[in-house]
Ligand binder design. Structure first.
Ligand code: GAP
Length: 514
């Protein structure tokens, strides 16, 4: 993972947000390569989900969200994670992710400053693996009490009181990083709240707005407008790609858990009797999609979420999980959510959200199947999957390692790089620039004339460019007249080369990068 994070920074895929100011935790900026990769992913998702289907339409909802929407959906009351704080470092942890630990607990009833100027009765404990680590436990405890004594007190000035030892089994009360006691778990709402308009009262519910925690809610809110304006009939879907925000307690694993991220969501509305069948159909569709963007299905784990772990309103949920270098983690959830969401909004808004079936003359609230994918997580999975280090041996037996991102061409940030073999050769430069201009309206290409051609290939390998086009002496008709007006195309993965006529280049490439 370290190598991937470093390549992403070095080659302009992903940077930490506000890095020059020390970084904004949980936020990331995509650089020139990253933005192309992400756009290609989103555009392919849109093409497969909306453009190539008759039964799905798109929308683009606002990020600022009305308080009542998220009250009705249950987010204001219940979109929270349990959190606890380390008493020593104040680090905040997800209480449900603290591993159960066993060992020797050192308990203290209080502490005093050695010069007698301060005394505190407050129970504290530290967990260490074995009794032999008593000094470590005492140091941690003394640091904690020193903090309570005042900011300039060193732990060496502290005398611990009432020490007792006791074995502790399977406890989630201690910070695994330092053995310090954690606070009791508290619920922490994950949404970012804001005040809308020039009001002086921050608590005025009419002025309260939220940054949306998922794109889904604006789809439910606009379902009726879309139904009335688009002549869609059940079953049909509404798709949306956009930013969502969650004040995650522990953003981590690079972009995997961020505070600002993009989702690609579909709400597929259907008749109640079709929900269970459709959730399986979507599972297949989504697995094929991952395959087509370079995350093979053999590397995706399908978790059929058990009854006691599903949301109470869901009748079936699949989690698609990917083998990231830091563990197997969720990429996408596909949930059959019954009529829960539309029923909540019908109640919350007082507006009828039923569907009128002209054939059966019945009115009912449609059920919904929701494939909800994370765009940033998919980008990360694509990069992890593409990353390769290949050992090469040259003609003289010298070994070398080539770093290459083996993106599928349709997702690669740059589709083709164009080189004149020699930058001093005016005719080669002219033809290479002309090829660049011909290809630019159709795809992202990159012109490079700096350095030896082998070095230029390697730079493109590192950003995953599938094809490098070189204009050489043969292109000019020198050496072999039959090769006039052809170029060399070097393939990233096999490193093999072939010649293609300049006039055929555009079609040759389009057939390979769509
Ligand atoms: N509308 C349903 C919904 O939002 P979710 O499982 O909370 O469901 C869907 O989110 C997807 O959004 C996840 O599978 C994940 O890919 C992405 N996602 C959620 N939280 C994220 C975060 N903090 N950082 C990056 N991606 C996240």
């Amino acid at each position: 993972m370290e190598k991937i994070v470093s390549l992403c920074k070095r080659r302009g895929f992903i940077f930490q947000a506000a890095e020059i100011y020390g970084g904004l935790n949980g936020c990331w900026d995509y650089g020139p390569m990253g933005v192309e990769l992400k756009r290609n992913l989103k555009e392919y998702w849109w093409r497969k989900t909306v453009q190539e289907r008759d039964d799905v339409v798109g929308m683009d909802g606002s990020i600022l969200t009305h308080n009542s929407v998220l009250v009705a959906s249950g987010h204001v009351g219940g979109f929270s994670d349990p959190m606890c704080d380390c008493l020593l470092t104040k680090e905040r942890l997800r209480a449900d992710q603290v591993p159960a630990q066993s060992g020797m607990g050192f308990f203290y009833t209080g502490a005093a400053k050695k010069d007698g100027s301060w005394n505190m009765e407050k129970e504290y404990s530290v967990l260490v693996e074995t009794e032999k680590q008593a000094d470590k436990a005492r140091k941690t405890a003394a640091q904690y009490y020193a903090q309570l004594a005042g900011k300039d007190v060193s732990h060496k000035e502290i005398e611990l009181q009432g020490e007792r030892m006791e074995p502790v089994t399977d406890s989630t009360m201690y910070n695994p990083a330092n053995g310090s006691l954690l606070t009791e778990a508290r619920e922490f709402n994950l949404m970012f709240k804001t005040t809308i308009g020039a009001t002086s009262d921050e608590n005025d519910p009419n002025a309260t707005g939220w940054l949306r925690p998922e794109t889904a809610q604006s789809i439910f809110c606009q379902y009726k407008n879309i139904l009335d304006s688009s002549r869609v009939k059940l079953p049909f879907g509404i798709a949306q790609i956009g930013k969502s925000f969650r004040n995650e307690i522990n953003p981590r694993n690079f972009t995997f858990r961020s505070r600002e991220f993009e989702q690609m969501e579909i709400e597929y509305f259907c008749r109640p009797e079709d929900g269970l069948r459709l959730v399986d159909e979507w599972l297949e569709k989504r697995l094929s999609f991952y395959d087509e963007v370079g995350v093979p299905r053999e590397h995706i784990h399908i978790l059929d979420v058990p009854d006691d772990e599903r949301a109470f309103y869901s009748k079936k949920t699949y989690d698609l999980e990917y083998e990231f270098p830091f563990g197997i983690q969720e990429l996408e959830g596909i949930a059959y959510r019954t009529d829960y969401d539309l029923t909540c909004h019908q109640k919350g808004s007082g507006r009828p959200l039923e569907y009128f079936d002209e054939e059966t003359r019945e009115k009912f609230i449609p059920h919904v199947v929701e494939p909800s994918a994370g765009c940033d997580r998919t980008v990360l999975a694509i990069i992890c999957e593409a990353y390769d280090e290949e050992e090469l041996v040259d003609d003289k037996g010298k070994k070398d390692v080539r770093t290459v991102l083996r993106f599928v061409p349709r997702i690669a940030p740059i589709k083709a790089a164009i080189f004149p073999l020699l930058k001093k050769n005016e005719e080669q430069v002219r033809i290479a620039r002309e090829i660049e201009k011909t290809l630019q309206p159709w795809m992202t290409v990159f012109y490079d004339e700096a350095g030896a051609v082998g070095r230029r290939y390697r730079r493109q390998d590192e950003v995953g460019t599938p094809f490098c086009i070189t204009v050489d002496f043969e292109t000019l008709g020198e050496n072999d007249p039959s090769l006039k007006d052809t170029v060399t195309i070097r393939h990233r993965d096999s490193m093999e080369q072939e010649r293609v006529a300049v006039k055929d280049l555009l079609h040759w490439l389009i057939a390979r990068v769509r």
